[in-house]
Design a protein around this ligand. Structure first.
Ligand code: PEP
Ligand code: MG
Length: 588
């Protein structure tokens, strides 16, 4: 059978959109045609009756939305369900509602007309906004407006659809997206909307495949058509051939096999037996990994290694190319955040851009390289800032060893912000800046450095290499590369305590965080945020869910009194045995 790309090229029955939520399904289409709401301009004799009708419609809308909100909380958690809380707040906005009532009294027009006119004003402001995010929110306002009007007109909402269908529509409101899941929707396809539309966010949160921005889907597709939806790549096959069906049935059964094993743990919270939440973020090296990040329910991206982009492309990407890459990533992970680490060039990375050095790992690497090559640094910062419009990007500086490097980096970021402001280019003005702690001098100085940044992330891959004076890539000295050396654990303990003492958030993004053996000690030392490769999330979560923070703390305290790695590893292995914790890597 041909590969996916050839299959696509040779197929004429394909529509392409934006892959908004991953997954693959075959099913029947259910097309929801857009219902236009007609608003009457008629005058009324009794404004007080109009106001009473308005009050009734608002309280009915509140009741409906409260139901949706409750269902959403149950299905996707309080944070994501906040969309509906925000809609409820609009219904409670005394200024907006007061203004509508005032106009009904003064203009003596039907409340539906005033509601439409007044709320549309807000909508237009949002649609005209330069911020993509605000334009997407205009759809949410439309939802509220139509809900009040429908209730004023005493019409019913169509929230019931046939079971097990693929919903096709020109656009979807957040409420419909959540309510349709009661009918076990298999996928969502919409003509409009972007990755940050709430329909896309809800679909991702509920693990329902979705493709948005399909332009003509709701016209081309008819109810009852057979569809193959590929939410990983954003393709829909309409009335597929037998060959196409066979190809995808194969793919789907393989996917189901993997998923069923992961599913046992995937939706369970990442918390210890005594209810301490441990944040599980993901490291991303190549942008293609993002599907795995989403499928494994990472709470965001804790490290995006941008130097890999240079390796992938084989050349240095210009500002536009970088903006495109970072924007795409930020959109895909929204509403979670992505920590973009600026280029860590040097050491053994991106050889083509380096000087010849005797000791590249101790040479012009990470921030040292960037401060020597400021135009390259500035290009990257400008691209990151331009991609930050949804306020879900953080900037991280690698290989920091002195306070001057932090201050200089902050000055450069500030100067890029000023440039963009002058150019009228929007960006997140409060973008958070953090540093990596991976050089022993920075580890010792954690308190001072952490107090002038927004967050820190511990890079144990380098920290161990520099602390133990052992090349992380050299087999001959590999036995000296000791994750559990007492000096490493004591240094980590110092970093976590010092950062906490100044209230700065700490995460750990080195490979140590993906080692199941290290999890109890790291948690016991006070770490509550791990950034790990996406495929390891289920394994790490399994360990987290099998231990108590209390016991992990006691274990870490004991480890800190020991003087060799051997003793420490024995102690940790005993901990696993005594508490009957399985270290299985075979969940997949
Ligand atoms: C680290 O040093 O631990 C780290 C995460 O950075 P990298 O592996 O990219 O050097
Ligand atoms: Mg590093």
């Amino acid at each position: 059978m041909k590969g996916f790309k050839e299959l696509l090229k040779s197929s004429k029955n394909v529509l392409q959109g934006i892959a908004a939520a991953p997954g693959m399904v075959i099913g029947k289409a259910y097309v929801i045609s857009k219902e236009t709401i007609h608003v009457s301009h008629d005058s009324i004799d009794d404004p007080e009756e109009g106001i009473k009708n308005l009050n009734d419609a608002i309280s009915k809308s509140k009741k409906e939305l409260n139901k949706v909100f409750g269902f959403a909380k149950e299905k996707m958690g309080t944070t994501r369900a906040a969309i509906f809380e925000a809609q409820l707040m609009i219904l409670d906005d005394p200024i907006l509602i007061g203004h509508i009532k005032k106009r009904i009294r003064e203009e003596k027009k039907l409340p539906e007309f005033i509601v439409d006119d007044e709320i549309s004003k807000y909508q237009r402001l949002m649609i005209d906004s330069h911020e993509h995010y605000m334009r997407e929110r205009a759809t949410d306002i439309e939802d509220i407006k139509n809900r009040i009007i429908k209730n004023l007109q005493q019409k019913r909402w169509e929230s019931k659809i046939s079971k097990d269908v693929i919903v096709v529509s020109d656009n979807l409101t957040p409420a419909d997206t959540i309510l349709f899941t009661k009918s076990n929707v298999k996928a969502y396809l919409t003509d409009h909307g972007g990755l940050t539309s709430h329909a896309a966010i809800i679909a991702r949160a509920l693990n329902v495949p979705a493709i948005v921005g399909l332009h003509t889907a709701s016209q081309v597709i008819k109810s009852g058509d057979t569809l193959i939806v590929n939410g990983f790549h954003g393709y829909v096959f309409v009335n597929p051939s037998q060959k196409q069906i066979e190809y995808f049935e194969n793919k789907i059964s393989h996917l189901t096999e993997i998923n069923s094993k992961l599913n046992e743990i995937i939706d369970k919270p990442s918390e210890t037996l005594d209810n301490k939440h441990i944040q599980l973020l993901s490291n991303v090296d190549v942008t293609g990994e993002i599907d795995m990040v989403i499928a494994n329910r990472a709470e965001g991206i804790g490290l995006f290694r941008t130097e890999q982009v240079i390796e992938e492309l084989g050349e240095f990407p210009d500002e536009n190319e970088q903006t495109r890459i970072y924007t795409n990533l930020a959109n895909r992970i929204y509403p979670d955040s992505v920590t973009i680490r600026v280029f860590d060039i040097g050491g053994d990375k991106v050889k083509q851009l380096q000087l010849k050095e005797q000791n590249p790992f101790l040479g012009l690497r990470g921030i040292r390289f960037l401060l020597e090559n400021q135009s390259l640094f500035k290009t990257q910062i400008r691209a990151i800032l331009k991609a930050s419009i949804h306020k879900n990007i953080l900037i991280m500086i690698p290989m920091v060893s002195t306070i001057q490097e932090i201050n200089q980096s902050k000055e450069i970021i500030e100067s890029c912000k000023l440039e963009l402001m002058k150019e009228n280019i929007p960006f997140d003005k409060e973008i958070k800046i953090g540093i990596m702690i991976e050089v022993p001098s920075a580890a010792v100085m954690t308190r001072e450095y952490a107090s002038i940044v927004d967050f820190i992330s511990v890079g144990t891959n380098d920290l161990i290499q520099y602390l133990m004076a052992v090349d992380r890539g050299n087999d001959i000295v590999a036995p000296l590369y000791q994750e559990f050396h007492p000096a490493v654990l004591r240094t980590l303990s110092h970093i976590f305590k010092e950062a906490k003492s100044v209230g700065t958030k700490v995460s750990l993004c080195g490979e140590m965080a993906s080692d199941t053996l290290a999890v109890p000690v790291l948690i016991g030392l006070g770490l509550d945020s791990f950034s790990i490769s996406p495929s390891t999330i289920p394994y790490i979560k399994k360990i987290i869910r099998s231990i108590t923070y209390k016991k992990a703390k006691a274990l870490a305290e004991e480890c800190l009194t020991m003087s060799s790695e051997e003793e420490i590893v024995k102690l940790i292995e005993k901990f696993f045995k005594v508490n009957s914790i399985q270290r299985t890597r075979n969940i997949l």
